[in-house]
Every structure is written in structure tokens, then in C-alpha cells.
Design a protein around this ligand. Structure first.
Ligand code: ADP
Ligand code: MG
Length: 293
């Protein structure tokens, strides 16, 4: 069912706060590049979500319990209407459960005030959507600067960081382009740059490759693989088995319930796309994507 989905709607301009910000460092790694200790970034306990539409009650999630550790790369699958987006919105603190508990980094989300939640969303979580959600008639650069503007980062620093994020997704030579002047794959790479510019430790993507051709899908998946290899936790929704195969764990929803939770790689193993590249197949370098028209 179509519904209004406006992740930024409640943000508005924010005054820089004086209270300390929520801790959000990337996990520390030992000399072998592996995290010292696994810790759950996400913990759901018996989460149920019910939407009330007048007389009709839609149960979108039922008693979902889930733990996702820092550094994991997870695909959420399931047919249309199975509750994937509802789950993602709860994970991203864009919506709240009707029943059950959600802890992010050990902190109970329902105990956070509006300020903490806004900080959490803005600084710790990067969102990517199927339809890119870029601001039209606004350059790639300004689109990517936006989350930094919300966070109160000043002009030159903002620009430097936005340029770096765009360059890391192979879009350094398109920073002044408007969304309409970019292909779908390029727009999604701009959206990824926007999601990572605040250096979030958790990336949430709702069907990020749903509107992309196979080549752009590969580009975006390699970027996700690299972000995951850098220590970020990545959770993506997909209905494409090829996409799910690039992750380390697949969670399947049916009618709002988890019906399967299958791990194919360890939390700290290299993601499949990088693994293949490391054994000498295809270069991961974003420059490859950049060279393409
Ligand atoms: P998926 O992403 O797997 O397609 P959703 O999470 O979007 O599924 O939806 C799960 C169920 O909840 C569907 O029956 C859908 O119609 C319903 N639903 C989702 N969001 C809302 C909403 N805001 N209001 C009413 N019903 C909703
Ligand atoms: Mg959905």
C-alpha cells in the first residue's frame, strides 16, 4: 500500500545543541582489522506493529525478535506487504513499535527524547531508498551537504566532506549535476554519498537496487560491500536473490513474522563482492564506475 514516507519531514532546521552527542564511533578494530568484541547494534524484542486505518487494523509485524551485530551485512527479504519497510522504518527510528522493545547500541529507543532521536538518525544512521529521494533541481553536491547542514557543520568543511563522499562513490566529476541530469545508477550513488557523509555506523537501505539496471546494481553493491568492510553495519531490503547473495545473512519475513534467518558468512568475514575481487576477479575501485558515462 502506498503511504506517505517522509524521512526528513520532522527534522526542520535545528539549533546546534550544547548537550553531549550520542556516542557513535565506528567499532574499534585490532591489528588484524577485526573487531575485538561483537556487540549488538540492533536488538528487537517481540516487536509488533499495528496500523489502524479507521475500523481496519493492519498487523504489519508480529513478535519480531532480532539481534544484528556490529559489522554484519544483512538482507531482509519477503513478498510485497510482508512488513519489510515497516521493519526498516522501526530500525531507522522513523516509526515506533506498537508493542515490544527496540534497543540501538544498547539504548532503549522509547526512552530517548526527540533531540536524541534526531541526532541518532542524523549522525548514526544512513538511509537509502529505492527512489533515491534526492532534492530536485539541486546539485549533487548540495544534496550531499544537506545532512551536514542539519548537523550544523559549516560551509567549507561541509563542502569538503560532501566532495569526499561523492568521490568515494565515483561521482567526483558530477558534483554540479542536478538529479535529472544523472542516470538512475548515478543518482543512487549520490544518495549513498548523502547517506554516508555523516560517517554513520549503520546503513539502512530499502530496495536500493530496485530501480537500477544490473550494471548499476553491481556498482551500488560493491559500494555497500566496501562500506561493510570498513566496519559499518549494513541492512538492506531486497527481493532479488542475486542481491541477497552479496550479503552475509538473509532474514525472510512472511506476513509480518520472521520465517527464516540464514547466515552464509561470518559477521567479520569479507563481504562476498569484495571476496571475489580479492581473489582477482573484478576491481572494486569506485574509479571504474566513475569512468563510465
Ligand atoms: P513491504 O515493505 O514488505 O512490502 P510494508 O512494511 O510496506 O511491506 O507493509 C506491511 C503491511 O502493513 C501491508 O499490509 C501494508 O499495507 C501495511 N502498512 C504499511 N504501512 C502502513 C501505513 N502507514 N498505514 C497503514 N498500513 C500500512
Ligand atoms: Mg516495502
Amino acid at each position: 500500500m502506498a503511504r506517505p514516507f517522509r524521512p526528513h519531514a520532522d527534522r526542520g532546521p535545528r539549533v546546534p545543541r550544547t548537550r553531549p552527542l550520542i556516542k557513535r564511533a565506528l567499532p574499534r578494530r585490532d591489528s588484524a582489522g577485526r573487531e575485538g568484541r561483537r556487540h549488538p547494534v540492533i536488538r528487537l524484542h517481540e516487536v509488533t506493529k499495528i496500523f489502524e486505518l479507521g475500523q481496519i487494523r493492519v498487523r504489519a509485524l508480529l513478535n519480531v525478535s532480532l539481534r544484528i551485530d556490529s559489522g554484519d551485512f544483512v538482507a531482509i527479504m519477503g513478498s510485497s506487504g510482508s512488513g519489510k519497510s515497516t521493519l526498516m522504518n522501526i530500525l531507522g527510528c522513523l516509526d515506533v513499535p506498537t508493542r515490544g522493545r527496540y534497543l540501538i547500541d544498547g539504548m532503549e529507543v522509547s526512552h530517548m527524547d526527540a533531540d536524541d532521536l534526531a541526532d541518532l538518525r542524523n549522525r548514526k544512521i544512513g538511509f537509502i531508498f529505492q527512489s533515491f529521494n534526492l532534492v530536485p533541481r539541486t546539485s549533487a553536491l548540495v544534496n550531499v551537504e544537506l545532512p551536514l547542514a542539519y548537523a550544523g557543520v559549516r560551509g567549507s568543511e561541509r563542502r569538503r566532506r560532501a566532495e569526499r563522499a561523492l568521490s568515494s562513490v565515483g561521482m567526483a566529476n558530477r558534483i554540479q549535476h542536478m538529479p535529472a541530469e544523472l542516470s538512475g545508477g548515478q543518482q543512487q550513488r549520490v544518495a549513498v554519498a548523502r547517506a554516508i557523509v555523516t560517517n554513520p555506523s549503520l546503513i539502512l537501505a530499502d530496495e536500493p537496487t530496485g530501480n537500477l539496471d544490473s550494471r548499476s546494481t553491481e556498482d551500488v553493491l560493491r559500494i555497500f560491500a566496501r562500506l561493510n568492510d570498513e566496519g559499518r553495519t549494513v541492512v538492506l531490503i531486497t527481493h532479488e536473490p542475486d542481491v541477497a547473495a552479496q550479503t552475509k545473512r538473509v532474514i525472510r519475513l512472511s506476513d509480518g513474522e520472521v520465517v527464516e534467518d540464514r547466515r552464509s558468512r561470518g559477521v567479520h568475514d569479507a563481504p562476498p563482492a569484495l571476496h571475489r575481487q580479492k581473489s582477482g576477479h573484478r576491481p572494486i575501485d569506485a574509479g571504474v564506475a566513475e569512468a563510465r558515462p
